[in-house]
Design a binder for this molecule. Structure first.
Ligand SMILES: C[S@@+](CC[C@H](N)C(=O)[O-])C[C@H]1O[C@@H](n2cnc3c(N)ncnc32)[C@H](O)[C@@H]1O
Length: 294
């Protein structure tokens, strides 16, 4: 049944699929399936990758890290490492944790630079106090609102998760969660447990009036109450600046090389060498544009 459902939905392979499936085994299969779809050359998957990448870039923007310094970041529910790749492209070092070994296998296949950990964040995070400069989480937090096992108590799991996260972040750090709350009760549950654990902050809703572009970001701050960042929204829409073109402009302003350019590839290879990872030599062909002919 799952197979035929997957076939039928292949064309519209998007985030909302996660909500339609119940039963943990099936969820993991869907993630593995989606991860496979992501690495194939498929129109809908590249659109989906773009969305994940855009959301990850926005999450990093909301982290408000001091400019032009590499930071040590945590990716919660890192999956196949799409969000992690955004962190490494911006020059940061990261550690990812995910409950699905299938997803982590895909991350390994993709040769991400981050260190990967298999684990359920609802059981608390196994890191030293104050070791991370920030944390991001893309499309994962809503899963902690479900009780997948009879022993699961969402409020308790969220509290355990947030208190262990609070402990392993530095006192100036932020944690940014892009997530899909099912309703206002879930949003209340998530924020109340985060505040109980010691965080300050709240939810920023980007493009609140657009059904497609609307995105929820839970912005958590460790070091005391501060104003929430401004949501993206009406002003940009009116002026006709698209979500992605704004990202591109910001990137160019920060002086980072454009993704997939020769400069970008050489920088990435240099980072891998510094980390002692096997990396091919640079040649005149590295990052060369392909003609498209075989
Ligand atoms: C939609 S995927 C997003 C993956 C990645 N962040 C990205 O942007 O591509 C959601 C991920 O959350 C992970 N996840 C769900 N519940 C989790 C939990 N309790 N602990 C750790 N990871 C979890 C899933 O295994 C899945 O890889």
């Amino acid at each position: 049944m799952l197979q035929s459902w997957l076939k039928k939905n292949e064309a519209e392979c998007s985030e909302c699929m996660y909500f339609k499936i119940s039963g943990r085994q099936e969820k993991i299969m869907i993630w593995k399936y989606m991860a496979t779809v992501r690495i194939t050359r498929n129109k809908s998957s590249s659109r989906m990758i773009d969305i994940q990448v855009q959301m990850s870039e926005r999450a990093v923007e909301l982290l408000a890290l001091p400019d032009d310094e590499p930071h040590f970041l945590l990716d919660l529910g890192c999956g196949s490492g799409l969000s992690g790749s955004v962190l490494e492209d911006l020059g940061h070092t990261w550690v990812g944790i995910d409950i699905s070994s299938a997803m982590l296998d895909v991350a390994l296949e993709r040769e991400v630079e981050g260190d990967l950990l298999l684990g359920d964040v609802g059981q608390g995070l196994p890191f030293r106090a104050g070791m991370f400069d920030g944390a991001v989480s893309i499309s994962a937090l809503q899963w902690l609102c479900n009780a997948d096992k009879t022993c699961h108590h969402p409020a308790k799991r969220l509290y355990k998760f947030f208190s262990s996260l609070y402990a392993c972040l530095s006192r100036t750090a932020r944690a940014i969660f892009q997530f899909y709350p099912e309703n206002s009760d879930q949003m209340e549950l998530v924020t109340s447990q985060a505040m109980r654990a010691g965080f300050f902050g709240g939810v920023v809703v980007d493009y609140p009036n657009s059904t497609k572009a609307k995105k929820f970001f839970l912005v958590l701050m460790c070091g005391g109450a501060a104003a929430l960042p401004k949501a993206l929204g009406e002003a940009e829409e009116k002026e006709g600046i698209s979500y992605s073109s704004k990202r591109e402009q910001l990137k160019k302003m920060r002086g980072k090389p454009l993704k997939k350019s020769r400069e970008w590839i050489l920088e990435k290879k240099e980072r891998r060498r510094r980390q002692g990872k096997p990396t091919r030599h640079d040649t005149k062909y590295s990052g060369r544009k392909r003609s498209g002919r075989f």
